[in-house]
Design a binder for this molecule. Structure first.
Ligand code: ADP
Ligand code: ADP
Length: 225
């Protein structure tokens, strides 16, 4: 669990400023959704928090510590991508366990942790399968499990449901919401889908052209004319 704080965070690519001085507090344990049209800077913001993109100016704090210059692996955050990024030749167990490599856990501990997470996301009977032998929803669960097994302080998701059909997407929304309750971890979730934002987030940050237009609870947004 952790609070994430952005102070005047700027991102420039060449001469284009795509994130224009964001000030934002993401409370510990919140489910914060960044929503806005394609190209407004949501992914870039998420990637800066993950440490996958350098911050041009401003400060990024996690639990009060400035992490601008910390490598991704040292930030104790985990990211789930929209294209799953699973290893096709590894089975589900190894894909999930991959998140634990280089962390010094014994084989026995790894096994216990992978099995525990597999249980949570409903993959216990699929641990020996390869990604190609899974449905889209199951693959998405593997990607979630691989991030979760590291027990990160902050869980970052970039349109994780966009490759799923409508029915599965609805189901996964419910599952992710309950997963958030269960874990109590800070979730930061990027989507261009307003319905998704409204149904999942407890704090909704509306972005446009690299700026925050509005920050509210779903209830406050719903109340608006
Ligand atoms: P969103 O996630 O809201 O769709 P992005 O954060 O992906 O938006 O992109 C914001 C803007 O930054 C877009 O104009 C995009 O073209 C630009 N951009 C993103 N990544 C790069 C990059 N690596 N180099 C140059 N421009 C980029
Ligand atoms: P998303 O909107 O989900 O971020 P994109 O297709 O915009 O997906 O971006 C995919 C990848 O391409 C990202 O790594 C992003 O940084 C990079 N990218 C996006 N726009 C540009 C751009 N104008 N120039 C270079 N790289 C870009």
């Amino acid at each position: 669990m952790a609070e994430v704080r952005l102070q005047q965070v700027v991102k420039k690519y060449n001469n284009q400023t795509v994130v224009k001085g964001l000030d934002l507090v993401i409370p510990d344990g919140s489910f914060t959704v960044l929503v806005g049209p394609s190209g407004c800077g949501k992914s870039t913001t998420l990637r800066m928090i993950a440490g996958l993109e350098e911050i041009t100016a401003g400060d990024l704090l996690i639990d009060g510590q400035r992490v601008n210059d910390l490598a991704p692996g040292k930030r104790d955050v985990a990211m789930v991508f929209q294209n799953y990024a699973l290893y096709p030749t590894m089975n589900v167990f190894d894909n999930i366990a991959f998140g634990l490599l280089n962390r010094g856990f014994s084989k026995k501990d790894c096994k216990r942790m992978v099995e525990e997470i597999a249980e949570i996301v409903g993959l216990s009977s699929y641990l020996q399968r390869k990604p190609a032998e899974l449905s889209g929803g199951q693959r998405q669960r593997v990607a979630l499990a691989r991030a979760m097994v590291k027990k990160p302080r902050v869980f970052l998701m970039d349109e994780p449901l966009s490759n799923l059909d409508a029915k599965l997407r609805n189901q996964m929304r419910v599952e992710l919401t309950s997963l958030h309750k269960q874990l109590g971890t800070t979730f930061i979730y990027v989507t261009h889908d307003q319905v998704e934002a409204m149904t999942m987030g407890d704090q909704i940050v509306v972005m446009n052209e690299g700026e925050i237009m509005q920050k509210a609870s779903p209830f406050e947004l719903y109340q608006q004319p």
